[in-house]
Ligand binder design. Structure first.
Ligand SMILES: Nc1ncnc2c1ncn2[C@@H]1O[C@H](COP(=O)(O)OP(=O)(O)OP(=O)(O)O)[C@@H](O)[C@H]1O
Length: 762
């Protein structure tokens, strides 16, 4: 028996599954128990589905959201359909039929939805969409000019153009000599206001390449720019600032530097595709140029074109570059999402670009994402728009659902739920943006679910990788409140079969989801193999939860997803992509439903334990099994055995195979097989070096300020900085390379290590 409840609230499928399960409690009797599991399925696909359904309720939501928060949104997302040159000048433009491919629908006074081709059921919510005939001037006066006035009052801001290749990003940011882009138009305004107010303007121009190196384009040939942080203030080592006094001077500088960067390639030519992000920084100074007199900064970022790596045939540097560039695009969108969700941890350190922009993104700064769209069919454009939309419109999507559920009495619902829910599941006790609404239970659950996971990453666009991305640790951790008791203690074999039955209306909120705990048709019942797999989304009934030594929660059955992807390729690829985009499962205790179920179960006539007790038992067991399973075991490869030995071995006693544990940690296996004492000695030496480095990094990640200062090369300033880094990320140093973040060169790091080791023998 399966009951499904959704949606509950806040744009996430909050599914409560009531399972009727059977398992043997003893070899003689079959007792059926009902187990309640509450899953909060937080998935990008579900977000997208809500994005695709911005009906009248979304209007309510957007208005409601804005009404709840007087402050303008931190991240604003607008779309821009690329314009075209006259047909004879640009053949692709001639073929463009935007009206046929991109549809824009007004959803409210503050949002529009975008759909592509005949996929009118998939719509992406953005704040505004500029059509192909609406030029940069229009976008500038509506979106950018207000940010410039704010810049003179100290507000930092960042304008980012993102999109597929050839979607018009450079056109939007830089423009051409005849048709200036946003950056050029902005400089004119900056100069004019600066003159009136006695302020001065300087610019910097850099690129972040696929190696994640930031290169100064106004002073090329120098080592990569270093991003340093001193008492919360970001400083750049190696980034030139050039004062500008006129637009012509700026244009000259800007266009020259960007053409040098691009090596003046023919745009659109595959071999010469630019695979780097371009960043322009406009610094506003109150007096002369100095850190102290910096009033604010405004950034213009022309991201490298997004390209689906799977489309590139073959391997090699091109593929690796695409992957790296895509990764940094996801990193930026993750940051935007974290900021718009007001999360406590913002993953600035995941890419150089986000580090470069860090001080312009945080605090009360504003971000404008311009999602550039190709006017003709382009799958990458759809993907980019969906990501941009989700990076900030998740909150609207969230309220959409609340509004739908609660009608006009949304506020009442919030209040009525208040008492039932923990204030903060995540423990950070932090508010969400504009969020009285989000005080309700599912909002907290949603916030918690968003935390600790990346929204956008490589897996987001790859079904196969999506499976890997769902880490055992994360899901297991998230399941802890529920999975509380020992299965092995209970000594029972329990099978959980779960399946998703998808129909053609998959993207609709009404898609069918079925989870079975008991499947009588499944003849693989009571499998006592050493693997536990909980697979709540599988088309086939081949997933089971078996008592085991190894626990794996796999929310995306590869089979299911691959099939889905293939089915939808072409016509419905978008759904497949959305579906595969890192669908995450966070298992959480839903107090309400749990109580309800407990009430039912407390009436067990056969005197069997209550459902919650049994559930606790079951979950504890899983936890125990998982914790007792060594996480890193490797079985050495078998040596080929000569035939004669094989034959004689048949008569020999069976032997327990040798199992090597954590080989990489101590090289024990290699050392055992070393051919000479010297080889063994060298191996041991390098093993010791590794562990010393690890110890050193662990020290940097955990020691207090006074202890840190005991290290050679770490003074008051660096120690403070290290502690600040730890506020951002609990483990900022994962390799010696990360020490560059605190301004140490590779040579200095080596020297420091040598001194530390030398000390041991002194
Ligand atoms: N509004 C417009 N009007 C006329 N032509 C345009 C417009 N926008 C873009 N184009 C043309 O479209 C082509 C691609 O534009 P652009 O170089 O800006 O794309 P891009 O997204 O920066 O590309 P890449 O990803 O390769 O960096 C260029 O030839 C550009 O001149």
């Amino acid at each position: 028996m399966v009951k499904i409840f959704f949606p509950i609230c806040n744009g996430y499928f909050h599914l409560s599954f009531f399972f009727l399960s059977s398992f043997y409690l003893s070899s003689f009797s079959l007792i059926q128990i009902t187990v309640t599991l509450s899953f909060v399925l937080l998935s990008q696909s579900s977000l997208c589905e809500f994005a695709s359904k911005p009906n009248s309720a979304s209007m309510v939501s957007t208005q409601f959201d804005r009404a709840c928060s007087n402050a303008p949104p931190k991240v604003r997302v607008v779309a821009k359909i690329r314009g075209s040159l006259p047909p004879d000048a640009n053949s692709e433009a001639a073929a463009s039929k935007p009206a046929e491919w991109v549809s824009v629908n007004r959803e409210s006074s503050e949002s529009v939805s975008i759909s592509f081709g005949d996929q009118s059921s998939s719509r992406y919510l953005v704040d505004y969409c500029y059509k192909e005939h609406e030029d940069n001037e229009m976008m500038y006066s509506k979106e950018v000019k207000p940010l410039i006035s704010a810049a003179f009052e100290g507000q930092y801001s960042t304008v980012v153009a993102l999109g597929a290749r050839g979607s018009g990003k450079t056109w939007v940011i830089q423009g051409s000599a005849e048709k200036p882009g946003l950056a050029v138009l902005a400089i004119a305004e900056f100069l004019s206001v600066a003159e009136k107010n006695g302020k001065s303007i300087a610019v910097s121009f850099y690129e972040v390449d696929h190696h994640d190196h930031a290169i100064d384009l106004l002073n090329p040939g120098q080592p990569p720019i270093l991003v340093l942080e001193d008492r919360g203030r970001i400083q750049f080592k190696g980034l030139t600032q050039v004062p500008v006094k006129s637009v012509a001077e700026f244009q000259n500088l800007y266009f020259t530097a960007s053409s040098v960067q691009k090596g003046a390639p023919k745009k659109g030519s595959y071999e010469h595709v630019r695979r780097s992000h371009l960043g322009l920084v406009v610094h506003v100074f109150s007096r002369n140029r100095s850190v102290e007199s910096l009033v604010s900064k405004m950034n213009f970022v022309d991201l490298a074109g997004y390209e689906d790596a799977r489309k590139k045939n073959g391997e090699g540097s091109g593929l690796a570059e695409i992957n790296k560039i895509n990764k940094s695009i996801y990193a930026l969108l993750n940051v935007c999402h974290a900021l718009s969700a007001n999360e406590s941890r913002v993953p600035y350190r995941e890419s150089k670009l986000t580090r470069m922009l860090q001080d312009s993104l945080r605090g009360n700064s504003r971000i404008l994402l311009v999602s550039c769209m190709n006017p003709t069919f382009c799958q990458d454009t759809i993907y980019m728009v969906s990501l941009a939309s989700r990076s900030c419109h998740w909150i609207h999507l969230a309220t959409f659902d609340s509004a739908k559920k609660c009608g006009s009495s949304a506020r009442q619902m919030v209040n009525s739920n208040k008492n039932q829910i923990p204030k903060s599941v995540s423990g950070t006790g932090k508010k969400l943006h504009g969020s009285k609404l989000l005080e309700n239970k599912t909002a907290v659950a949603m916030q918690s679910a968003i935390k600790g996971r990346k929204l956008f990453d490589e897996a987001g666009h790859s079904a196969a990788k999506a499976k890997k991305e769902i880490s055992i640790a994360r899901v297991t951790q998230a399941s802890e409140p529920l999975l509380d008791k020992s299965l092995s203690e209970a000594g029972n074999n329990i099978k959980l079969n779960s399946g998703v039955e998808k129909d053609n209306s998959f993207p609709d909120a009404s898609r069918k989801v079925k989870l079975n705990l008991m499947d009588e048709n499944d003849d693989s019942s009571l499998n006592t193999s050493s693997k536990v797999e909980l697979n709540p989304l599988a088309d086939k009934d081949d997933s089971s939860l078996n008592a085991s030594r190894e626990v794996e929660l796999n929310p995306l059955a590869v089979q299911g997803i691959s099939a889905d992807r293939e089915d939808h390729q072409g016509k419905d690829t978008l759904y497949a992509n959305n579906y595969s985009e890192g669908l995450s499962i966070i298992v959480q205790e839903d107090y309400h439903n749990m109580n309800k179920e407990n009430n039912n179960s407390s009436a067990n006539v056969d005197g069997s334990p209550s459902i919650s007790a049994q559930l606790r038992e079951l979950s504890n067991s899983l936890k125990l099994l998982y914790s007792s399973t060594p996480s890193c075991m490797q079985i050495p490869e078998k040596e080929p055995v000569p035939l004669d030995i094989q034959m004689s071995a048949e008569s020999m006693e069976p032997k327990t195979p040798t199992i090597k544990q954590n080989m990489s940690a101590d090289n024990r296996w290699d050392i055992m097989n070393a051919k000479s004492p010297w080889e063994a000695f060298s191996m041991r030496g390098s093993g010791m070096k590794d562990s010393l480095v690890q110890e050193y990094l662990r020290f940097l990640n955990t020691a207090d300020k006074e202890e840190l200062k005991k290290l050679k090369g770490i003074g008051e300033k660096r120690a403070t900085f290290i502690l600040e880094l730890r506020d951002e990320s609990p483990e900022p140093f994962k390799s010696l390379d990360d020490l560059k973040e605190i301004g140490l060169s590779a040579k200095q790091i080596k020297g420091m290590m040598k001194k530390e080791v030398g000390e041991l023998f002194s």
